[in-house]
Write a protein of this length. Structure first.
Length: 197
C-alpha cells in the first residue's frame, strides 16, 4: 500500500523532476563498459555501482516516498556527495505503516527539521556492508550500536539470517535486501521506518 495524496503526489513529482536530471546525465554518456557493470535490482530498476545513492534511488518504484522525503528535506545534494554513506532505505510499504497523515505532514516546509532528523537517522557514516555489520554484531556479543548521522543510535542484531534494527523507540526494522552498492556508499532496504527519540 502506497500513500497517495495530492500533497504527497506533488512532492513525488517534484522529487522525480529534481532527480531525473541527475539520474539521466550518466545514462546519456553510458558506454559499453556500463552495460557490463554488475547491478542489483531494487524496485524493478537496476542499481549501478558507478552511480550515487540519489541517482539509483530515483529509479526504484519501491522508494518513491523516500525520494520525495529526501527532496523535501533538502538532502539530495548531501546524498549525492562523496560520502561514503550507509543508508537504511525504507520502502513505500514501510512509510505506509506510519499513522495516517504522517508522511503528508512531514513533507510540509514547516516540518523540514523533523523530516531531516528522521531521514538522517537512517544514515550511518562510512560504507558498512552486510558482512561488516554481521561481524560487528558477532564481535559485540549479539548486537552492534550504530551511531547515525542524526546522532542517535540504531541497534543491529541478527534474527535468524536477517539483520534487524531496533530504533530508539523500540520499533524493529528488518533488512529485506542488503548490499546495494553505490559509488558513494551502500543501501540496505528495510521494511519499517526507524524513528529517533
Amino acid at each position: 500500500m502506497t500513500l497517495r495524496t495530492p500533497h504527497l503526489a506533488l512532492a513525488a513529482g517534484v522529487a522525480a523532476a529534481a532527480l531525473t536530471a541527475a539520474a539521466c546525465a550518466p545514462m546519456e554518456g553510458m558506454d559499453a563498459g556500463m552495460d557490463a557493470e554488475a547491478t542489483v535490482m531494487v524496485g524493478g530498476a537496476a542499481m549501478y555501482p558507478s552511480r550515487t545513492i540519489v541517482e539509483n534511488a530515483v529509479n526504484s518504484r519501491d522508494h518513491t516516498t523516500l525520494v520525495a522525503a529526501v527532496t523535501a528535506a533538502g538532502l539530495v545534494e548531501t546524498l549525492s556527495g562523496p560520502g561514503p554513506f550507509t543508508v537504511f532505505a525504507p520502502t513505500n510499504a514501510a512509510f505506509a505503516k506510519l499513522p495516517a497523515g504522517t508522511v503528508e505532514s512531514l513533507v510540509r516546509p514547516e516540518n523540514k527539521a523533523t523530516l531531516t532528523k528522521i531521514l538522517t537517522y537512517h544514515v550511518v557514516p562510512g560504507r558498512v556492508s552486510a558482512a561488516d555489520l554481521i561481524g560487528q554484531i558477532r564481535a559485540g556479543g549479539g548486537q552492534a550500536r550504530l551511531t547515525t548521522v542524526e546522532g542517535g543510535v540504531l541497534t543491529a542484531r541478527l534474527q535468524g539470517d536477517a539483520v534487524v534494527l531496533t530504533d530508539e523507540k523500540g520499533s524493529v526494522a528488518r533488512v529485506t535486501q542488503a548490499d546495494v552498492f553505490q559509488s558513494n556508499g551502500v543501501i540496505h532496504v528495510t521494511d519499517t521506518v526507524s524513528m529517533p527519540n
